[in-house]
Design a protein around this ligand. Structure first.
Ligand code: 5GP
Ligand code: MN
Length: 358
Protein backbone atom coordinates (compact mmCIF):
# COMPACT_ATOMS: atom_id res chain seq x y z
CA UNK A 1 0.00 0.00 0.00
CA UNK A 2 2.66 2.49 1.05
CA UNK A 3 4.71 1.75 -2.04
CA UNK A 4 1.94 3.11 -4.23
CA UNK A 5 2.75 6.52 -2.75
CA UNK A 6 5.74 6.55 -5.05
CA UNK A 7 5.57 7.58 -8.69
CA UNK A 8 6.80 5.16 -11.32
CA UNK A 9 8.67 7.54 -13.54
CA UNK A 10 9.50 5.13 -16.33
CA UNK A 11 6.81 3.51 -18.43
CA UNK A 12 7.65 0.30 -20.22
CA UNK A 13 9.24 1.97 -23.24
CA UNK A 14 11.25 4.38 -21.10
CA UNK A 15 12.42 1.57 -18.87
CA UNK A 16 13.73 -0.19 -21.93
CA UNK A 17 15.38 3.04 -23.08
CA UNK A 18 16.96 3.47 -19.64
CA UNK A 19 18.52 0.04 -19.92
CA UNK A 20 19.62 0.66 -23.49
CA UNK A 21 21.43 3.77 -22.34
CA UNK A 22 22.80 2.65 -18.98
CA UNK A 23 23.59 -1.05 -19.45
CA UNK A 24 26.22 -0.77 -22.20
CA UNK A 25 27.75 2.47 -20.86
CA UNK A 26 31.21 1.90 -19.39
CA UNK A 27 32.21 5.52 -18.73
CA UNK A 28 29.57 7.66 -17.12
CA UNK A 29 29.78 11.32 -16.08
CA UNK A 30 27.32 12.85 -13.64
CA UNK A 31 26.79 16.61 -13.92
CA UNK A 32 24.81 19.22 -11.99
CA UNK A 33 24.09 22.92 -12.47
CA UNK A 34 26.60 25.71 -11.89
CA UNK A 35 26.70 26.84 -8.29
CA UNK A 36 25.81 23.30 -7.25
CA UNK A 37 23.49 23.07 -4.24
CA UNK A 38 22.58 20.24 -1.89
CA UNK A 39 20.13 18.77 -4.37
CA UNK A 40 22.48 18.80 -7.38
CA UNK A 41 25.29 17.37 -5.29
CA UNK A 42 23.06 14.91 -3.44
CA UNK A 43 21.55 13.57 -6.66
CA UNK A 44 24.94 13.26 -8.36
CA UNK A 45 26.61 11.54 -5.42
CA UNK A 46 23.68 9.17 -4.82
CA UNK A 47 23.81 8.19 -8.50
CA UNK A 48 27.60 7.88 -8.17
CA UNK A 49 27.18 5.32 -5.41
CA UNK A 50 24.55 3.44 -7.40
CA UNK A 51 26.50 3.32 -10.65
CA UNK A 52 29.70 2.32 -8.84
CA UNK A 53 27.75 -0.56 -7.41
CA UNK A 54 26.93 -1.59 -10.99
CA UNK A 55 30.67 -1.64 -11.71
CA UNK A 56 30.73 1.46 -13.92
CA UNK A 57 33.59 3.89 -14.31
CA UNK A 58 31.78 6.94 -12.91
CA UNK A 59 32.89 10.53 -12.40
CA UNK A 60 31.12 13.56 -11.04
CA UNK A 61 31.89 16.79 -12.91
CA UNK A 62 30.45 20.05 -11.59
CA UNK A 63 30.91 23.42 -13.35
CA UNK A 64 32.28 25.15 -10.26
CA UNK A 65 32.67 24.92 -6.54
CA UNK A 66 29.94 23.88 -4.13
CA UNK A 67 29.57 25.56 -0.73
CA UNK A 68 31.74 24.51 2.13
CA UNK A 69 28.78 23.20 4.14
CA UNK A 70 28.33 20.38 1.61
CA UNK A 71 31.95 19.24 1.54
CA UNK A 72 31.22 16.45 4.06
CA UNK A 73 28.91 14.59 1.65
CA UNK A 74 30.24 11.07 1.07
CA UNK A 75 32.70 11.16 -1.88
CA UNK A 76 32.32 14.92 -2.43
CA UNK A 77 36.12 15.08 -2.44
CA UNK A 78 36.12 13.13 -5.72
CA UNK A 79 34.11 15.75 -7.58
CA UNK A 80 35.96 17.34 -10.49
CA UNK A 81 35.34 21.06 -10.86
CA UNK A 82 35.41 22.13 -14.51
CA UNK A 83 36.30 25.65 -13.45
CA UNK A 84 39.45 24.48 -11.65
CA UNK A 85 40.42 21.53 -13.88
CA UNK A 86 39.03 22.34 -17.34
CA UNK A 87 41.25 19.94 -19.29
CA UNK A 88 40.44 16.95 -17.13
CA UNK A 89 36.73 17.80 -17.16
CA UNK A 90 36.76 18.11 -20.93
CA UNK A 91 38.64 14.82 -21.41
CA UNK A 92 36.14 13.01 -19.19
CA UNK A 93 33.18 14.47 -21.06
CA UNK A 94 34.75 13.48 -24.39
CA UNK A 95 35.43 9.91 -23.25
CA UNK A 96 32.04 9.40 -21.62
CA UNK A 97 29.44 7.11 -23.19
CA UNK A 98 26.69 8.56 -21.07
CA UNK A 99 26.19 11.83 -19.20
CA UNK A 100 23.56 12.39 -16.55
CA UNK A 101 22.16 15.93 -16.32
CA UNK A 102 20.97 16.27 -12.76
CA UNK A 103 18.94 19.10 -11.28
CA UNK A 104 19.00 21.31 -14.38
CA UNK A 105 16.70 21.68 -17.35
CA UNK A 106 18.85 23.48 -19.93
CA UNK A 107 22.54 23.39 -20.96
CA UNK A 108 22.95 27.09 -20.11
CA UNK A 109 22.51 26.24 -16.41
CA UNK A 110 26.06 24.87 -16.68
CA UNK A 111 27.20 28.41 -17.54
CA UNK A 112 30.83 28.33 -18.81
CA UNK A 113 30.85 24.53 -18.69
CA UNK A 114 27.93 24.24 -21.17
CA UNK A 115 30.23 23.63 -24.19
CA UNK A 116 31.72 20.60 -22.41
CA UNK A 117 28.28 19.01 -22.47
CA UNK A 118 27.22 20.21 -25.90
CA UNK A 119 30.47 19.10 -27.56
CA UNK A 120 30.56 15.71 -25.88
CA UNK A 121 29.54 12.75 -28.06
CA UNK A 122 27.98 11.03 -25.03
CA UNK A 123 24.29 10.28 -24.83
CA UNK A 124 22.36 12.08 -22.11
CA UNK A 125 19.79 11.34 -19.45
CA UNK A 126 18.17 14.23 -17.60
CA UNK A 127 16.73 13.83 -14.13
CA UNK A 128 15.28 17.14 -13.00
CA UNK A 129 12.42 18.99 -11.36
CA UNK A 130 12.48 22.40 -13.06
CA UNK A 131 9.68 23.65 -15.25
CA UNK A 132 10.00 23.82 -19.03
CA UNK A 133 12.84 21.37 -19.67
CA UNK A 134 14.69 21.95 -22.93
CA UNK A 135 15.12 19.03 -25.31
CA UNK A 136 18.79 18.16 -25.12
CA UNK A 137 18.70 14.64 -23.70
CA UNK A 138 17.83 11.25 -25.22
CA UNK A 139 15.83 10.46 -22.10
CA UNK A 140 14.34 13.19 -19.92
CA UNK A 141 12.85 12.30 -16.55
CA UNK A 142 11.40 15.62 -15.53
CA UNK A 143 8.79 16.31 -12.88
CA UNK A 144 8.22 19.88 -11.79
CA UNK A 145 5.94 18.65 -9.01
CA UNK A 146 8.79 16.90 -7.26
CA UNK A 147 10.29 19.00 -4.48
CA UNK A 148 13.82 17.90 -5.32
CA UNK A 149 15.74 15.96 -7.93
CA UNK A 150 16.78 13.63 -5.12
CA UNK A 151 13.12 12.72 -4.67
CA UNK A 152 12.96 11.65 -8.33
CA UNK A 153 16.25 9.74 -8.04
CA UNK A 154 14.84 7.92 -5.01
CA UNK A 155 11.71 6.88 -6.94
CA UNK A 156 13.76 5.77 -9.92
CA UNK A 157 16.12 3.65 -7.84
CA UNK A 158 13.11 2.19 -6.10
CA UNK A 159 11.43 1.39 -9.42
CA UNK A 160 14.65 -0.18 -10.71
CA UNK A 161 14.71 -2.40 -7.65
CA UNK A 162 18.11 -0.96 -6.69
CA UNK A 163 17.17 0.80 -3.49
CA UNK A 164 17.48 -2.26 -1.28
CA UNK A 165 21.15 -2.64 -2.23
CA UNK A 166 22.10 0.96 -1.51
CA UNK A 167 24.02 1.85 1.61
CA UNK A 168 23.95 4.63 4.12
CA UNK A 169 26.22 6.87 2.01
CA UNK A 170 23.84 7.06 -0.93
CA UNK A 171 20.89 7.45 1.44
CA UNK A 172 22.64 10.36 3.16
CA UNK A 173 23.15 12.10 -0.19
CA UNK A 174 19.48 11.71 -1.11
CA UNK A 175 18.32 12.95 2.28
CA UNK A 176 20.56 16.00 2.02
CA UNK A 177 19.05 16.96 -1.35
CA UNK A 178 15.49 16.52 -0.13
CA UNK A 179 16.23 18.55 2.98
CA UNK A 180 18.01 21.46 1.32
CA UNK A 181 15.49 21.89 -1.52
CA UNK A 182 12.59 22.11 0.93
CA UNK A 183 14.25 24.41 3.49
CA UNK A 184 14.50 21.48 5.90
CA UNK A 185 10.94 20.41 5.03
CA UNK A 186 9.32 23.80 5.48
CA UNK A 187 8.18 24.42 1.88
CA UNK A 188 7.12 22.17 -1.04
CA UNK A 189 7.10 19.47 1.55
CA UNK A 190 3.53 18.32 2.08
CA UNK A 191 3.64 15.33 -0.23
CA UNK A 192 3.13 12.20 1.89
CA UNK A 193 5.41 10.24 -0.45
CA UNK A 194 8.32 12.35 0.78
CA UNK A 195 7.89 10.93 4.28
CA UNK A 196 7.69 7.40 2.98
CA UNK A 197 11.04 8.05 1.31
CA UNK A 198 12.49 9.60 4.45
CA UNK A 199 11.41 6.60 6.48
CA UNK A 200 13.23 4.34 4.02
CA UNK A 201 16.35 6.52 4.19
CA UNK A 202 16.29 6.47 7.98
CA UNK A 203 16.09 2.68 7.82
CA UNK A 204 19.41 2.81 5.96
CA UNK A 205 20.96 4.49 8.99
CA UNK A 206 20.81 8.12 7.91
CA UNK A 207 21.39 10.47 10.85
CA UNK A 208 19.03 13.29 9.92
CA UNK A 209 19.80 15.51 12.89
CA UNK A 210 23.51 15.35 12.14
CA UNK A 211 22.89 16.21 8.49
CA UNK A 212 20.82 19.20 9.60
CA UNK A 213 23.60 20.46 11.85
CA UNK A 214 26.27 19.92 9.22
CA UNK A 215 24.33 21.98 6.70
CA UNK A 216 22.66 24.66 8.81
CA UNK A 217 24.93 25.03 11.84
CA UNK A 218 28.11 25.45 9.93
CA UNK A 219 28.58 29.19 9.75
CA UNK A 220 31.59 31.31 10.51
CA UNK A 221 31.33 34.11 13.04
CA UNK A 222 31.82 36.60 10.19
CA UNK A 223 28.88 35.16 8.29
CA UNK A 224 26.65 35.52 11.33
CA UNK A 225 27.70 39.17 11.66
CA UNK A 226 27.11 39.75 7.95
CA UNK A 227 23.58 38.43 8.44
CA UNK A 228 23.00 40.84 11.32
CA UNK A 229 24.36 43.73 9.26
CA UNK A 230 22.18 42.90 6.25
CA UNK A 231 19.03 42.66 8.33
CA UNK A 232 19.74 45.75 10.38
CA UNK A 233 21.26 48.06 7.78
CA UNK A 234 20.44 46.76 4.35
CA UNK A 235 17.00 45.21 4.21
CA UNK A 236 14.48 47.42 2.46
CA UNK A 237 11.12 46.37 3.80
CA UNK A 238 8.18 47.37 1.62
CA UNK A 239 5.36 46.63 4.02
CA UNK A 240 2.71 48.15 1.76
CA UNK A 241 3.77 45.62 -0.88
CA UNK A 242 4.35 42.68 1.47
CA UNK A 243 7.85 42.49 -0.03
CA UNK A 244 11.47 43.03 0.92
CA UNK A 245 14.74 43.64 -0.91
CA UNK A 246 18.17 42.68 0.41
CA UNK A 247 21.36 43.83 -1.33
CA UNK A 248 24.94 42.66 -0.93
CA UNK A 249 27.91 44.27 -2.66
CA UNK A 250 31.47 43.05 -3.19
CA UNK A 251 32.80 45.65 -0.79
CA UNK A 252 30.56 44.27 1.93
CA UNK A 253 31.65 40.74 1.12
CA UNK A 254 35.28 41.75 1.55
CA UNK A 255 34.47 43.45 4.83
CA UNK A 256 32.91 40.27 6.20
CA UNK A 257 35.50 37.83 4.75
CA UNK A 258 32.84 36.34 2.48
CA UNK A 259 33.25 32.71 1.49
CA UNK A 260 31.31 30.74 -1.09
CA UNK A 261 27.94 29.74 0.34
CA UNK A 262 27.89 32.50 2.96
CA UNK A 263 24.88 34.17 1.29
CA UNK A 264 22.90 30.94 1.40
CA UNK A 265 19.58 31.42 3.18
CA UNK A 266 19.70 35.21 3.47
CA UNK A 267 16.93 35.60 0.92
CA UNK A 268 14.58 33.53 3.09
CA UNK A 269 14.94 35.71 6.18
CA UNK A 270 12.50 38.53 5.30
CA UNK A 271 9.77 35.94 4.81
CA UNK A 272 9.87 35.48 8.58
CA UNK A 273 8.25 38.90 8.92
CA UNK A 274 4.54 38.41 9.34
CA UNK A 275 2.62 38.93 6.12
CA UNK A 276 5.65 39.06 3.79
CA UNK A 277 5.00 37.26 0.53
CA UNK A 278 8.09 38.05 -1.50
CA UNK A 279 11.77 38.48 -0.79
CA UNK A 280 14.29 39.51 -3.43
CA UNK A 281 18.03 39.33 -2.90
CA UNK A 282 20.47 41.22 -5.15
CA UNK A 283 24.06 40.12 -4.80
CA UNK A 284 27.09 41.18 -6.80
CA UNK A 285 28.86 38.18 -8.28
CA UNK A 286 32.31 37.59 -6.83
CA UNK A 287 33.87 37.06 -10.29
CA UNK A 288 31.66 38.33 -13.07
CA UNK A 289 30.30 41.82 -13.59
CA UNK A 290 26.72 40.90 -12.84
CA UNK A 291 24.20 40.84 -10.06
CA UNK A 292 22.77 37.51 -8.96
CA UNK A 293 19.08 37.72 -8.22
CA UNK A 294 17.24 35.31 -5.93
CA UNK A 295 13.51 35.36 -5.28
CA UNK A 296 11.54 33.54 -2.63
CA UNK A 297 7.81 33.71 -1.95
CA UNK A 298 5.12 32.18 0.16
CA UNK A 299 1.90 30.51 -1.02
CA UNK A 300 0.81 31.32 -4.57
CA UNK A 301 3.01 34.26 -5.49
CA UNK A 302 4.83 33.27 -8.73
CA UNK A 303 8.52 34.11 -8.34
CA UNK A 304 9.22 32.48 -11.68
CA UNK A 305 6.95 34.91 -13.55
CA UNK A 306 8.71 37.87 -11.98
CA UNK A 307 12.14 36.30 -12.64
CA UNK A 308 11.26 35.75 -16.30
CA UNK A 309 9.83 39.21 -16.82
CA UNK A 310 12.43 41.26 -14.95
CA UNK A 311 15.52 39.25 -14.08
CA UNK A 312 16.46 37.14 -17.13
CA UNK A 313 15.77 33.98 -15.22
CA UNK A 314 13.10 31.63 -14.04
CA UNK A 315 12.61 28.78 -11.64
CA UNK A 316 9.89 27.49 -9.39
CA UNK A 317 6.74 29.15 -8.07
CA UNK A 318 8.27 29.87 -4.65
CA UNK A 319 11.99 29.97 -5.50
CA UNK A 320 13.50 31.50 -8.59
CA UNK A 321 16.64 33.23 -9.74
CA UNK A 322 18.21 35.24 -12.50
CA UNK A 323 20.85 37.86 -13.16
CA UNK A 324 21.20 41.52 -14.11
CA UNK A 325 24.00 43.38 -15.86
CA UNK A 326 23.75 46.84 -14.35
CA UNK A 327 24.78 48.75 -11.27
CA UNK A 328 23.36 47.83 -7.87
CA UNK A 329 21.54 51.14 -7.78
CA UNK A 330 19.81 50.43 -11.09
CA UNK A 331 19.06 46.86 -10.00
CA UNK A 332 17.31 48.10 -6.87
CA UNK A 333 15.23 50.53 -8.93
CA UNK A 334 14.28 47.76 -11.34
CA UNK A 335 13.33 45.50 -8.44
CA UNK A 336 11.10 48.19 -6.96
CA UNK A 337 9.43 48.54 -10.36
CA UNK A 338 8.95 44.77 -10.59
CA UNK A 339 7.38 44.75 -7.13
CA UNK A 340 5.05 47.62 -8.10
CA UNK A 341 4.09 45.74 -11.25
CA UNK A 342 3.15 42.65 -9.25
CA UNK A 343 1.47 44.61 -6.45
CA UNK A 344 -1.93 43.17 -7.11
CA UNK A 345 -0.68 39.60 -6.78
CA UNK A 346 1.40 40.46 -3.74
CA UNK A 347 -1.55 41.91 -1.91
CA UNK A 348 -3.82 39.11 -3.02
CA UNK A 349 -6.59 41.46 -4.03
CA UNK A 350 -6.97 44.44 -6.41
CA UNK A 351 -4.81 47.24 -5.13
CA UNK A 352 -6.34 50.31 -3.59
CA UNK A 353 -4.46 53.57 -4.23
CA UNK A 354 -0.98 52.83 -2.98
CA UNK A 355 -0.10 54.18 0.43
CA UNK A 356 3.57 54.78 0.35
CA UNK A 357 5.15 54.56 3.71
CA UNK A 358 8.66 55.43 2.58
P1 5GP B 1 18.78 30.52 -6.23
O1 5GP B 1 18.04 31.70 -5.74
O2 5GP B 1 18.99 29.51 -5.16
O3 5GP B 1 20.00 30.87 -7.01
O4 5GP B 1 17.84 29.82 -7.28
C1 5GP B 1 16.59 29.33 -6.91
C2 5GP B 1 15.99 28.57 -8.06
O5 5GP B 1 15.78 29.48 -9.14
C3 5GP B 1 16.88 27.49 -8.64
O6 5GP B 1 16.60 26.27 -8.05
C4 5GP B 1 16.51 27.48 -10.08
O7 5GP B 1 15.37 26.70 -10.26
C5 5GP B 1 16.08 28.87 -10.38
N1 5GP B 1 17.06 29.69 -11.06
C6 5GP B 1 18.12 30.35 -10.50
N2 5GP B 1 18.79 31.05 -11.42
C7 5GP B 1 18.16 30.83 -12.59
C8 5GP B 1 18.38 31.30 -13.91
O8 5GP B 1 19.28 32.07 -14.22
N3 5GP B 1 17.50 30.83 -14.86
C9 5GP B 1 16.47 30.01 -14.57
N4 5GP B 1 15.65 29.61 -15.55
N5 5GP B 1 16.23 29.57 -13.33
C10 5GP B 1 17.06 29.97 -12.35
MN1 MN C 1 16.82 21.00 -7.04
Amino acid sequence: MTESLLKEYLDEAQLEQWHQLVDPAAHIVLTGHAGPDGDALGAALAMYHYLKMLGKDVRVVMPNLYPDFLAWLPEANRIILAHARPDEAQALMQEADLVFCLDYNAPNRLEEAAPLLLQSPARRIMIDHHLKPERFCQLAISDARASSTCEIVFSLLWQLGAFSQLGREAATCLYCGMMTDTGAFTYNSSNPALYFMIAQLLLKGVDKDRIYRRVYHNYSEKRMRLMGYLLYEKMEYLGHRRAAIITLTRDEMTRFAFRKGDAEGFVNLPLEIKGTRLSVSLREDTEKALIRVSLRSTDTFPCNRMAEKYFNGGGHLNASGGSLQMSMEEAVKLTRRAIDDFAEMLLGHPVAPVQHNE
